[in-house]
Design a protein around this ligand. Structure first.
Ligand code: GDP
Ligand code: IMO
Ligand code: MG
Length: 421
């Protein structure tokens, strides 16, 4: 069976830290979607590492790591990431596998992403500008280049053909990024990828699954950024929900085991788009400061607000989440009350269903308030030590969401995680 780990909000729920922790119990960690728009933070011997394309299991020596077909890879960013991590993880390349069917982000994809965002003006998505949208567009438009193409003798020819197509499109925009500077590093990084373990990953996974190997699929972004079910059009361009695992790795639905969902004890969003429980006041600022809420990939300040149980319940339904992990519980120390949105009020009518378009619906969250606590959470070493008020809050979350909380994360450190009895 293959277990799945997903972010349940708008990304940055702490997936990197949790995958690194859970990887102790798995032999393979596999990324199935997204690309270098992701920034997964973990700490290795107190050193902060941010992973973008490489799965978060690399620092567990026994773990093999797969970049699946559903991922889009920017070769230059990937090569740089490998160079940063190699000193900390000398055997990285022995344990890193790449699906030959993963699509490539080429320099002009990035230029198209930037030009498209610029042309949207105030309506812009707030993309990480890594070329994600244009690369997935070429994939579904059947024009894309794949990792397997790098191995072909006609790769340069295929690359030029796609680039020329992009140049025609770029001709429609007034301002175009200086993509030429990215071309030499791109081609050099493609040559580097040729020397790596580029595999027929769906057969590889099938063999491992038949042997009973424990595999964890690592999600990127969050469920509310899913291209079908998120806050469209303010979403990313892939399926971030559990269904994405089947297409992003080539595994059958019947082989999916546990679906583990990660949520912060509050909520954040980076980039544009609706966020019903956003706090544009001093409490929001205090959450940002306490949680160090600045983007791991772009450094942008993250928008902060209270936990949104209407949205969480929705995505738990979409993915069949059966285990919940709450992160950043320690950040709520000192806040009083702690609020949780349990319904939306839209034009005076209460609903616990997500409306079709969160952008146009005038949503007033309906909150349930919880008592704050005075004992710091970050120093607790056992779930039973946690403040009673926080444990009551967790019990309420479990009941409302109908899903068992298995762990509470109470700090950035690898060992700052408490198993809930
Ligand atoms: P990801 O994209 O889901 O992997 O999350 P990011 O790495 O983008 O952002 C999560 C941030 O929260 C990182 O800086 C983590 O080091 C940090 N973090 C993770 N878990 C906890 C926690 O329980 N408490 C605190 N204070 N920080 C955490
Ligand atoms: P991790 O894996 C948070 C957001 C961007 C933007 C929208 C579209 O670290 O949780 P894109 O670059 O995909 O075209 O951007 O999605 N976004 C993320 N927000 N965490 C992420 O990844 C994100 N990846 C994309 O800010 O609003
Ligand atoms: Mg992140």
């Amino acid at each position: 069976m293959i277990d799945v780990l997903l972010g349940l909000q708008w990304g940055d729920e702490g997936k990197g830290k949790i995958v690194d922790f859970l990887a102790g119990g798995y032999s393979v960690i596999a990324r199935f979607q997204g690309g270098p728009n992701a920034g997964h933070t973990l700490y290795v011997n107190d050193k902060k590492v941010v992973l973008h394309t490489i799965p978060s299991g690399v620092f567990q020596k026994h773990c093999l790591n797969l970049i699946g077909n559903g991922v889009v890879i920017d070769p230059a960013i990937f090569k740089k990431e490998v160079e940063t991590i190699l000193p900390l993880c000398p055997d990285l390349l022995d344990r890193l596998y790449i699906s030959q069917k993963a699509h490539l982000i080429i320099p002009t994809h990035r230029a198209l992403d930037a030009a498209s965002e610029m042309s949207k003006g105030a309506e812009k998505i707030g993309s990480t500008l890594k070329g994600i949208g244009p690369a997935y567009m070429d994939k579904t438009g059947r024009n894309g280049l794949r990792v397997g193409d790098i191995l072909s003798p006609s790769f340069e020819e295929k690359y030029q053909k796609l680039k020329n197509k992009h140049l025609q499109l770029l001709g429609q925009f007034e301002q175009v990024a200086d993509w030429q500077q990215w071309e030499a590093p791109f081609l050099e990084a493609c040559a580097f990828i040729r020397s790596l373990k580029v595999i027929n990953a769906e057969y590889w996974l099938d063999d491992l699954l038949k042997k009973g190997t424990r595999i964890l699929a690592e999600g990127a972004q969050g469920s509310m950024l899913d291209v079908d079910f998120g806050t469209y059009p303010f979403v990313t361009s892939s399926n971030t929900i559990a269904a994405g695992v089947c297409t992003g790795l080539g595994v059958a639905p019947s082989r999916i085991g546990d679906v583990i969902g990660i949520t912060k004890a509050y909520c954040t969003r980076v980039g544009g788009g609706p966020f019903p429980t956003e706090l544009e006041d001093s409490t929001g600022e205090a959450l940002r400061a306490a949680g160090a809420e600045f983007g791991a990939t772009t450094g942008r300040p993250r928008r902060c607000g209270w936990i949104d149980l209407v949205a969480l319940k929705y995505v738990i339904m979409l993915s069949g989440v059966n285990k919940l992990i709450i992160t950043k519980a320690d950040v709520l120390d000192g806040f009083n009350p702690i609020r949780a949105a349990v319904a939306y009020s839209i034009q005076g009518k209460e609903t616990s269903e997500l409306p079709y378009d969160l952008c146009v619906a005038e949503i007033e969250p309906v909150y349930k308030d919880y008592q704050g606590w005075s004992k710091p959470i970050s120093t607790c070493t056992d779930y039973t030590d946690l403040p009673v008020e926080f444990k009551e809050y967790c019990d309420f979350l479990e009941t409302y969401l109908g899903t068992k909380i298995t762990h509470v994360s109470n700090g950035t450190g690898r060992d700052q995680i408490l198993k809930k009895p």
